[in-house]
Design a binder for this molecule. Structure first.
Ligand code: KG4
Ligand code: ZN
Length: 336
């Protein structure tokens, strides 16, 4: 069924619009990042994010349609991420999507942004063998999701405090790097051997599948306070960051494989912004090969927030007739 659909994602600080033919043919996938708009505040300012989405969403939609070479009248469905994230931002995307669905008399599909992240893998790798264990390592969430089939998924592990991405961003900030810190941390971790200092790996040895990253963040804060960096006899930044990131990746990889084993799953996927890390990818490749587990990874551009992954899940939803009404609501928190 080669339908044409338009998907919008404005859940956090990226405005993204994608146009998809069928389940996987991406005709357009445009994302405008707001990094520069929030840089001076050291983090995303919610009201500023909503205003920015409002300014750019219509021109971005026009550009996506032009790139896809279609007009509104060719569309068969409209999808929008309606949870979780910054509510004011989500409502911008929802208002545009609802207006389109209403005026064009098209089915509306509300998408859970977290459920959509692993669909970056379906988008590029085709059908994946269920059951699957997904690690979604995004800025605000670190989740293990057991999926038995499309639309049948359950969160089996989550961070009880900071998400891994949040921890990485905050530690990068302690070392003077701008938001988001993931890319620079990844670069340093790739370029340096980890310092001999072994940073904590919270909850790694407990039996559960939940994560905790705030203890590691605090350990880094004290380390930064109590040690000279770069001075003679002091620590070099690169190896320290490499040792820190080794602790993060160790926890993510070990828990994901443990979850896969516990649920009798033979294939894992990784997605979310932190999955753009090459270091994490290398670690997963080695560990999965060792464990005889199949690994699916999207290209880096589909790890970070994008509307193409939202469109892919929406195409499955459309085919299954799982539409929403115009009463669809937005939600800041993740429920699942
Ligand atoms: O999924 P995402 O784009 O946004 C949310 O939905 O939250 O994830 C953002 C996170 C941030 O913590 C950022 O530092 C991290 O992904 N990130 C990376 C890379 N690109 C983004 N981490 C490591 N390496 C990267 N190349
Ligand atoms: Zn995300």
């Amino acid at each position: 069924m080669n339908t044409l659909g338009l998907a919008i994602d404005t859940t956090f600080d990226d405005t993204s619009v994608a146009i998809l033919r069928g389940r996987r043919e991406v005709l357009a996938n445009l994302t405008l990042s707001q990094f520069a708009d929030h840089a001076e505040f050291g983090g995303v300012v919610p009201e500023r994010a909503s205003r920015k989405h409002l300014q750019v969403i219509h021109p971005l939609m026009e550009r996506a349609l032009a790139e896809a070479g279609i007009g509104f009248s060719s569309l068969d469905w409209v999808a929008v991420s309606n949870q979780p994230g910054l509510l004011g931002s989500i409502l911008v995307g929802m208002t545009v999507a609802k207006s389109l669905a209403y005026l064009l008399r098209l089915p509306l599909i509300g998408i859970n942004h977290i459920e959509a992240h692993p669909y970056a893998n379906f988008l590029v790798h085709g059908e994946l063998p269920f059951p699957l264990m997904h690690l979604v390592a995004a800025g605000g969430h670190t989740l293990l999701i057991h999926q038995e089939h499309h639309f049948q998924w359950k969160i089996v592990g989550r961070s009880v405090d900071d998400a891994a991405g949040e921890c990485v961003d905050k530690v990068a900030k302690m070392f003077g790097h701008p938001f988001p810190g993931g890319p620079v941390v990844d670069k340093l971790a790739l370029a340096h051997e980890p310092a001999p200092h072994r940073f904590p790996r919270p909850m790694l040895n407990g039996p559960g599948l939940d994560f905790s990253f705030s203890g590691l963040k605090t350990a880094m804060l004290y380390f930064r306070r109590d040690n000279d960096l770069g001075g003679s006899g002091g620590f070099q930044e690169g190896p320290v960051i490499a040792a820190f990131f080794e602790a993060v990746t160790d926890v993510l990889i070990t828990k994901t494989l443990r979850a896969a084993e516990k649920y009798g799953v033979a294939a894992v996927t990784v997605s979310g912004g932190l999955a753009a890390s090459i270091k994490l990818r290398h670690g997963f490749e080695a560990a999965c090969e060792n464990a005889g587990m199949t690994l699916y990874y999207p290209p880096p551009a589909l790890c970070t927030d994008n509307a193409a992954m939202v469109a892919c899940l929406a195409a499955y939803r459309h085919e299954a007739g799982r539409h929403d009404t115009l009463e669809l609501d937005g939600r800041a928190n993740l429920v699942g």
